[in-house]
Design a binder for this molecule. Structure first.
Ligand code: 8OZ
Length: 378
């Protein structure tokens, strides 16, 4: 039978009731990196798979204090944070939902005011990103600010970073109650910085060749797999996104190598951002063959679900699933403004729009107050 957006699927160890995934979405509503009751309400509103997501990927969550790059993003490294996340996963599971936590180290995309002892951000190399981060001033007003100049990680510090990925994964699944984790390997953050020539100028075994540049991502992934089991681990990749000033001289062979190395690990899923994150799906100056990437993964024995993202509308999404081009489709902005997105797609609408002014920071407005169909008087 031809699958549809509304067909169930086994994603590693996680049974999902439909193919509609809530993409990871940074919302900057977790002061002190601690998830709040409001966050539990927001995720729970989107968690019932009869109306909302079959699988929720959490907003990007810092694996360590040095991995944080924006104000009021959550973390996964302290008791209060894990207790906050427990409240979220309990609320999601109470609605019958499934949720994985996105493991995040921002690398050079940070600001000294956000880091322990105002440290410099760490990166593969001391190369400044022409990018902005989001910080709050003393009055609590949020604003964008240029990223701070990073320092290169010492060779001897790298095992500690790998260890932080594994510890965060363990915290997510064993303490905070997540169904699994997604490694954030995309959008110009630490793992993507190591991967790509635009940010990695290292002369040791973590820089230079494709094998060397992929080393950290593969070590982190293997450590996370060892920590929580291969069938509870996904990874997010963005082969050609220019997000956070990242680029690679030759992405097709780089990702071909990477996906062939990932294939035998038995991951639950691979999540691919096609084109420019939150922007055009096709970039004339950065061509990429996504079908070849998927085919290399399958040829190398990869059996995980193939999740696609970026600019999918209901028709394109349904076509991706029905044609077998993808197993899952992740929606970001649509899930911000439509908690019952799946129900709306099943009915063919109506769809409602996004308030961009309330995306980052703030409270309930533009967060938990988007109505679902049938809601009245909100
Ligand atoms: C938007 C604002 C801040 C962070 C990403 C985690 O692009 C993000 C992010 C997005 O992956």
């Amino acid at each position: 039978m031809t699958p549809s957006l509304f067909s169930p699927l086994r994603v590693g160890a996680i049974e999902v009731a439909n193919r509609v995934v809530m993409a990871p979405l940074t919302r900057n509503r977790a002061p002190d990196a601690i998830p709040t009751a409001l966050m539990a309400e927001y995720y729970a509103q989107r968690a019932d798979p009869a109306r909302g997501a079959g699988l929720i990927v959490s907003e990007a969550t810092a694996i360590s204090p040095m991995g944080q790059g924006y104000a009021h993003v959550p973390g996964l490294y302290g008791t209060e944070q894990l207790d906050g996340w427990k409240r979220v996963t309990r609320a999601v599971h109470a609605k019958g939902g499934k949720m994985v936590c996105q493991l995040w180290h921002v690398g050079r995309v940070s600001h000294r005011s956000l880091l322990p002892d105002n440290a410099e951000p760490v990166a593969p190399s001391a190369v400044l990103a022409n990018a902005k981060t989001y910080i709050f001033d003393a009055q609590g007003h949020g604003h964008f600010a240029p990223t701070s100049a990073p320092r290169a990680l010492h060779r001897h510090e790298i095992p500690g970073v790998v260890h932080d990925y594994a510890a965060a994964a363990r915290n997510a699944v064993k303490s905070a109650g997540f169904d699994g984790v997604e490694i954030h390997g995309a959008n110009g953050y630490l793992l993507d910085q190591f991967l790509k020539t635009g940010a990695n100028q290292r002369g040791d075994d973590y820089g230079g060749s494709i094998e060397n540049r992929a080393r950290l991502m593969l070590e982190a992934t293997r450590a996370v797999v060892d920590a929580v089991g291969h069938d509870r681990v996904g990874i997010r990749l963005s082969p050609v996104t220019p997000a956070n000033d990242i680029d690679d001289a030759d992405p097709q062979p780089l990702f071909d190598y990477l996906i062939r190395q990932l294939a035998p690990l038995g991951l639950a899923y691979v999540h691919v951002i096609e084109g420019a994150t939150g922007g055009p799906r096709a970039l004339p100056e950065r061509p990429f063959d996504y079908a070849a990437l998927k085919s290399a993964y399958r040829t190398a024995g990869g059996r995980g679900a193939w999740m696609v993202n970026n600019g999918y509308d209901p028709v394109l999404a349904q076509d991706a699933i029905a044609s077998g081009r993808a197993d899952l489709v992740a929606f970001g902005k649509a899930f911000i403004c439509m908690p019952d997105l799946t129900e709306r797609m099943r009915r063919g609408g109506p769809y409602q729009g996004l308030d961009k002014l309330t995306m980052y920071g703030g409270g309930a407005k533009g967060y938990t107050d988007y109505p679902a169909l049938g809601d009245r008087g909100r």
